[in-house]
Design a protein around this ligand. Structure first.
Ligand code: NAD
Length: 257
């Protein structure tokens, strides 16, 4: 049978939300496949620990990949610019942006109340991390990609972008905003060799709680199922995938509720 080669050797990537979950796994997969990865996160301790471990494994496997920690709050314009500059200063180019940083504000800010009781700082967190952040990161990375005439931007949506959420209302709102932003990015990048797409998972077992979210096939995804999918879409094999949102949800959106 034909083997699918994704060719991530000698690429330079920025991954946000890289200290945990799917951003962490993507960073590892990329570095082991030969990509130089700028790992961005706000969790300094986990970021340093994980980047050090990935860098050591990539070195002992002689993959040619690297992992560089970058303390970066995606809500902050200057931090986004700093991350993009680190890629070009250190490696001279920037091929890939994976925007994994995100989360439901009700969970992440421990504020499980309906929207009409949700405090401003929780609302701001939900909008800023899930929508403003990916916008700032894309804006920071695009000039280098446009100048190169090549680049790939992978946004992370969610089935919640279709379903909505009563407590974490900004999470679904922001994720559906990313569906539209994907198209805007695709239109901006198309004549410059830059493509964008969005991956929208159903429940993923980056934390045990996700096992409780119903799907048609009765289970949540292993993180590798989503990461492998995103890595295929972002590779040269995905060259015709432009401006589209790709649901990977075990049939979550088909479940009758
Ligand atoms: N896990 C799921 O079931 C699921 C389902 C659908 C969509 N998603 C989306 O996939 C993405 C990754 O999810 P996960 O479960 O792997 O994540 P996770 O919760 O394991 O990790 C998120 C990471 O983002 C970092 N982060 C938070 N705020 C940040 C900020 N302002 N700047 C930079 N980094 C920040 C956190 O420190 C953390 O390391 C998210 O965008 C999430 O919304 C996840």
């Amino acid at each position: 049978m034909k083997t699918i080669e994704l060719h991530y050797e000698n690429k330079v990537a920025i991954v946000t939300g890289a200290a945990s979950g799917m951003g962490l796994l993507t960073s590892r997969e990329l570095a082991m496949a030969g990509t130089k990865v700028i790992m961005c996160d706000v969790n300094a301790e986990a970021l340093d620990r994980e980047a050090t471990a990935i860098a050591a494994d990539a070195a002992s496997a002689a993959s040619g990949g690297e992992a560089v920690p970058c303390l970066c709050d995606v809500r902050n314009w200057d931090d986004a610019q700093k991350a993009a500059a680190l890629a070009t200063e250190r490696f001279g180019r920037l091929d890939l942006l994976f925007s994994f940083a995100g989360g439901n504000e009700a969970r992440c800010c421990n504020s499980h109340v309906p929207f009409h009781e949700q405090p401003k700082d929780v609302i701001d967190w939900g909008l800023d991390v899930n929508l403003r952040g990916p916008v700032y990161m894309a804006r920071a990375c695009l000039p280098t990609m446009v100048a190169q005439g090549s680049g790939v931007i992978c946004l992370l949506g969610s089935v919640t972008g279709f379903e909505g959420d009563g407590n974490g209302s900004m999470y679904g709102t922001a994720k559906s905003g990313l569906f539209n932003f994907t198209k805007a990015l695709a239109k901006d990048g198309a004549t410059h060799g830059v493509r964008a797409f969005c991956v929208s998972p159903g429940p993923v077992l980056t934390r045990p709680g996700m096992a409780g979210m119903k799907t048609l096939i009765g289970r949540a995804a292993d993180p590798s199922e989503v990461v492998d999918f995103a890595l295929y879409l972002a590779s040269e094999k995905g060259a015709f995938i432009v401006g589209t949102n790709h649901v990977i949800d075990g049939g979550r959106l088909c479940v009758s509720r």
